[in-house]
Ligand binder design. Structure first.
Ligand code: M6R
Length: 607
């Protein structure tokens, strides 16, 4: 979604801001802009619709030591130059970039219009610039404090003024803002990856806080303008994006990084002797774990699919009743949180607005909440205060791959820890530990099949529809496979439980609607072959995923993807790794912009 960068110091602000925008590109956006205070304090602004590459030629005329920049993902008003940020007040004295949505912007705009203010854009964000100008009486921080007192909704903002050279004021409520402390000045961004190259330490603003940033000082204040002492933390090394390397796309790189990412998720967390997983971030005593009566997992998109795999793990391994919630719905349906409920929000970014809202609802209802997140210091991780980091490394491609795999592995470790805490004996635990330890090798064996998978994907690249079917823990794998395909190739893909197909969707099958059938050797395999027969009887081509050298599928199709033998617990991991490659190669054959698909954002910070 939208991205913010700001810089003040003695270096060329334009260069640093553009670099920051490029580092934020992965989040998904449709226009960009930059505003730099010149030597005379005057604000120079350039904006354009489209990618940062289109903005670049315009920035050569913009020079200064302090500025703000933005990538916009349109919510209010089409992606266009005029709607792009920064937005300025009427006199051109104040420039603002904003992430989030101002829910009461219509009433604020109406009141400003009555005062004769002229609006240039259709955005909700422009009201912020005009309000700051209205409240400005010589103190920029005070004007921002008064302005945010009028705003309802979510915001992360950064503001500069021609009357305050070298000063950036920023504030947050529900949309992340990180201040970076550097050697040649200070920065602000909505995402730590934008400032990791320039800053060694960061301050994560909390909701309601304001930061006043100058080249050599950062002051943090609360919502009523009282100074507070911020927590300064080092930027984790794993934040640094090392580029695409030899790969055509980040997505392919991240798929191939999965053996290492999985090893990092597992590192130091498995105990062979005790046959369990040791997850210190969970911060629960064995007694507290034994008291958990119910697990509720909440997430969106791929993270929700990982949660659905986790549901099988918790019930099968630990015997704890578990449900998975679409995070966006959680707080609106007044969920029943019984005593001794453990809520596990899952979020790669740790910033997804819907998942964050679910966290807050769960906390309010008295649940123990433990997050699974990839981004150290993210809002969800911090608000939960306990949980498990994936350590999968930065995931840049919009389509989640290695984060999904590491989420599933983490859920398996959690289920193991809870299982050992109750009904699982040491031998059974040790067996699961061995299986977990083999995951990196098993994923590598899938990646070795890349050429076979590419050929099958290319064969089906011209189609416009696809179905994915699975059973048991491979049902969520089918959902995830379909999500991967639709988001990066724009092929209409549906994931279904294999048994559900004949309750309606089978009406859509035909020779132009291939079915990806997950026929791995896990319980339910025989029934899956019956489902394959049903598809073939409707002339739908079948692509079968099978275990090892299983020959059964050869009776039905020549398009077979083989994944290595493993238990039902690991089957979703190896299967999804194969489906990621299938989606990638199919999208590549269709020449799609794989890392930044249309309309999508990496981190969805609005509800
Ligand atoms: O950062 P999160 O895990 O909270 O993001 C949730 C979804 O937005 C995300 O998984 C989305 O579905 C991806 N595009 C999937 O590839």
């Amino acid at each position: 979604m939208c991205g913010i960068v700001g810089y003040t110091g003695d270096a060329d602000a334009t260069r640093i801001l553009v670099d920051g925008l490029l580092r934020l590109e992965y989040r998904g956006y449709d226009s960009a802009g930059i505003c730099v205070a010149g030597a005379d304090g005057g604000l120079q602004t350039v904006k354009s619709a489209g990618k940062v590459a289109r903005l670049l030629p315009l920035t050569t005329e913009v020079h200064g030591r302090c500025g703000i920049a933005h990538t916009r993902w349109a919510t209010h008003g089409a992606p266009s130059e005029v709607n792009a940020h920064p937005h300025l007040d009427g006199a051109g004295n104040i420039a603002v970039v904003h992430n989030g949505i101002i829910e009461n912007y219509r009433e604020l705009k109406a009141s400003l219009l009555r005062d004769g203010v002229e609006f240039r854009s259709e955005t909700d964000s422009e009201v912020i610039a005009h309000l700051i100008a209205r409240y400005y009486e010589g103190d920029l921080v005070r004007a921002v404090v008064r302005t945010i007192g009028r705003l309802r909704g979510a915001y992360g903002i950064a503001v500069i003024s021609r009357h305050h050279p070298g000063e950036i004021v920023c504030a947050r409520n529900g949309s992340p803002v990180v201040v970076g402390l550097g050697k040649r000045g200070n920065m602000v961004a909505s995402d730590v990856t934008a400032l990791a190259a320039y800053a060694g330490e960061v301050i994560y603003l909390r909701d309601g806080e304001i930061a006043d940033i100058t080249p050599d000082k950062v002051e943090v204040r609360n919502s009523v303008n009282i100074p507070v002492v911020p927590d300064v933390t080092e930027i984790p090394a794993e934040t640094v994006n090392s580029g695409k390397g030899e790969y055509a796309h980040y997505m392919l790189k991240e798929i191939f990084e999965q053996p290492d990412a999985a090893a990092n998720t597992l590192r130091g967390r498995l105990d062979r002797e005790l046959g369990t997983a040791l997850l210190s971030g969970l911060n629960m005593t064995p007694a507290a774990m034994a008291q958990v009566r119910q697990v509720v997992i909440a997430g969106c998109g791929s993270s929700m699919h990982a949660g659905m795999v986790g549901e099988y793990y918790f019930e099968d391994i630990a015997g704890i009743p578990t449900s998975v919630e679409q995070a966006a719905e959680f707080r609106y349906r007044n969920p029943i949180i019984a005593p001794n409920t453990l809520v596990i929000p899952i979020s790669q970014s740790g910033e997804t607005a819907d998942t964050l809202a679910a966290v807050r609802e769960a906390v309010n209802k008295g649940a123990t909440v433990a997050a699974i997140s990839n981004v150290v210091g993210s809002t969800i991780a911090r608000e939960c205060g306990r949980g498990v980091y994936l350590h999968a490394g930065p995931e840049i491609s919009v389509a989640s791959t290695k984060a999904f795999i590491c989420q599933v592995i983490t859920l398996l470790m959690l289920a193991l820890a809870f299982g050992r805490n109750r009904r699982m004996n040491r031998e059974q635990g040790a067996e699961l530990v061995r299986e977990l330890e083999s995951v990196p090798e098993l994923i590598r064996a899938v990646l070795d099949q890349a050429e076979v998978i590419r050929r099958i994907a290319e064969k089906f690249a011209a189609g416009e529809h696809a179905f994915y079917i699975g059973r048991g823990p491979l049902y969520p794998a089918a959902l995830e496979g379909a999500l991967k395909l639709k988001e990066i190739s724009y092929v209409h893909a549906e994931g279904y439980h294999a048994a559900e197909l004949k309750h309606g969707p089978i009406a859509l099958l035909g020779e132009n609607v291939p079915v990806v059938a997950l026929a791995n050797d896990i319980p339910g395999r025989e029934k899956m072959f019956s489902n394959i027969e049903e598809c073939l009887a409707r002339h739908a081509p079948v692509i079968a995923v099978v275990t090892g050298d299983d020959r059964t599928a050869e009776r039905y199709t020549e398009d077979i993807i083989r994944v290595p033998p493993c238990s039902r617990f690991i089957a979703p991991v190896v299967t999804v790794a194969a489906l990621q490659l299938f989606a990638y190669y199919l999208a590549s054959a269709r020449n799609c912009p794989i890392d930044q698909p249309r309309n999508l954002a990496k981190s969805v910070t609005v509800e």
